[in-house]
Design a protein. Structure first.
Lengths: 111, 114
């Protein structure tokens, strides 16, 4: 039961360009959404989050957009840097329930 | 501030055996969640413990179990191992609960079942 879906297993972009990672969800009860980044041999680390009462949250080069009607969120990285190369997981939770993760998207930023 | 510590980091077992994995959360964190990561499946939620009580449980068979001690350290156990149990098992801690905000993950325990 994949309630959080990341349909693109991989994405490759040129350094300096924009990276857009997408995530769809099916559970309309989700009210909190997060993105995590994972490097090889390390655990995922929190990147950015957004509450369902907002449609955008920005933190430096990272911006998350939420479209509740489409049950879709996206992570924009501008400008992309080689150090951003990692696996990005989208996650969502509903009140008092556990956090559900997508399958991840592997981002490669080429110099 | 020490991070989340998982032991062992790597282990190899054979089918039918059982395994116990350990997780020490960040000091002060009362919630510990366990996830299974396999290629193409992302992070699958196993269960969450909060103040020694199981708060939530994912869709895994009863062979997967866990517990949490009074010092918030947690263990998960997998009995009668199957080849498909080979995965990276990640533990994450948080202060108030996994649903409330960011999780702090350990580096994981990589289990190989032969």
């Amino acid at each position: 039961d994949q309630q959080v879906k990341q349909n693109s297993p991989s994405l490759s972009v040129q350094e300096g360009r924009i990276s857009i990672l997408n995530c769809d969800y099916t559970n309309s009860m989700f009210d909190y959404f997060l993105w995590y980044k994972k490097y090889p041999a390390e655990g995922p680390t929190f990147l950015i989050s957004i509450s369902s009462i907002k449609d955008k949250n920005e933190d430096g080069r990272f911006t998350v957009f939420l479209n509740k009607s489409a049950k879709h969120l996206s992570l924009h990285i501008v400008p992309s840097q080689p150090g951003d190369s990692a696996v990005y997981f989208c996650a969502a939770s509903a009140n008092n329930n556990d956090m559900r993760f997508g399958a991840g998207t592997r981002l490669t930023v080429k110099p | 501030k020490a991070g989340v510590t998982q032991t062992p980091r790597y282990l190899i077992k054979t089918r039918g055996q059982q395994v116990t994995l350990s997780c020490s959360p960040i000091s002060g964190h009362r919630s510990v969640s366990w996830y299974q990561q396999t290629p193409g499946q992302g992070l699958q939620f196993l269960f969450e413990y909060f103040s020694e009580t199981q708060r939530n449980k994912g869709n895994f068979p009863g062979r997967f179990s866990g517990r949490q001690f009074s010092n918030s350290r947690s263990e998960m156990n997998v009995s009668t191992l199957e080849l498909g149990d080979s995965a990276l098992y990640l533990c994450a801690s948080s202060w108030r609960g996994s649903h409330t905000g960011e999780l702090f993950f350990g580096e994981g325990s990589r289990l190989t079942v032969l």
